[in-house]
Design a protein around this ligand. Sequence first.
Ligand SMILES: [Fe+2]
Length: 107
Amino acid sequence: MTKLEWTPELGVGIVEIDEQHKRLFELINLSLECFYSPSFVCIKDVVNQLIDYTTYHFTTEDSYMDHTREASIIHRCEHEVCLERIREFSRRATIEEVDISLHLYKF
Ligand SMILES: [Fe+2]
């Protein structure tokens, strides 16, 4: 199993954002562990954590982008699309009771 590894080259030069990206990598790696040890409860829990933390992270990023209006609007739209895709994974997990991990990794 290949895990995501945050490296200094991925840094954006803002400590708060870099730390949040590291946490997102941890959550994605946790979901990988669930994928290789299939547990419906596990994957749903990870997806819910991803939704919560991604929402928190995007709010932080948005606050850093407020001074660049046009880029901010485009990037916020991208954030909303990303969040909606994760929410859709979560809904499918709830409704279909399927292992959504494959869909998560296509994302
Ligand atoms: Fe980010």
